[in-house]
Design a protein. Sequence first.
Length: 376
Amino acid sequence: MAKDLNKDSVYRAAKPQDKDHMINDGDGLWMIIKPSGTKLWQFVFTFNKCRGKVSIGIYPNVSLSLAREKAAISRDNVTNGIDPRVVKNETKEARRIAKINDDRAHDGLPLLNSFADTALKWLESIEHLTKEKTSYKKISRLKTYAFPIFGNTAIDKVKAGDVLAALKPLIQKSYLETVHRLRSEVSCIFSYAIVHGLTDFDPAQPVAKQIPAQKVKHRAALIDSKQVGQLLRDISNYQGTFVVQCAFRISPLLFQRPGEIRQMLWSDVDLNAKEWRPYISKTDFHHIVPLSSQAITILEEIKPLTGSSQYVFPSSRGNGRPMSDGTIITALKALGYDSGLMTAHGFRTTASTLLNEQGWSPDAIERQLAHAPRDQ
């Protein structure tokens, strides 16, 4: 097919008419002269047996030589089975996104549909299910370890190697709990992206097999009934302050976490109903703890001393705060029970182990330990 039919002077001299009229430059390139005098370059082609056309630009901003170059590129695309209209739309969309990203960068926001952008959208989507403190920890981990490596990478361009590169420094330092949490969070972000059509693959999934298993270190606890009996006798003979004595004596009776016992509020205690109803922040619900006669006795003994305080077991410093978190540990050590033998948290393990051995309902034990499931 003939091409380059005219010299530039032909197009420069072309005059508008009452209607659009066209000048053929050959091989699909045409100039359209509008009645207003505007001169447009247009490439006309056949794709999949259908006629199509795509605008190339306005003359003289787009010169004759540049129009021919653009037409040649479009012809090559047609030859290679690529629709020039699709290429034009993709180019236009890329420019639009580039403009948006320039504005986002100016406002301190991550690139559109980047990993960081998707991560923030994911965090927003689970905000109603997540505590503020937990959300802060998640975004802090992502900003510290993931964002510097692939935060501004398009979500569908992130590779498994990128994820592993973010985790490697933590693995080398043996921060395995952080590694497992971070990989899980990255995987959740990709699950969100897959559901919303932003990518088709989770590159964090295969990385899981490259992370060393985390060795769980259980807190020491006595589980032999004779040893537990001796421990209870030792606790009853403990000679510390009266507040610490009471907190020490009540710890084996309630099965609750040490932090919850030392922060016990008088407002949560109902001596008549023989119940303590603390809010368990770890599992986010109000727990019902039945109080045995022994526990009631301890609380009645200490109430004249601390009943006017917010806390059942206030700090000895009188600063309006609860008893220190290391108090029971110190008391155990004073009795000869170091952290390798018995811990404050170990009372929960002791209760669970011995009650299970005695045939009590495992479900009842788990609920008393505030491990209650959230389902119906």
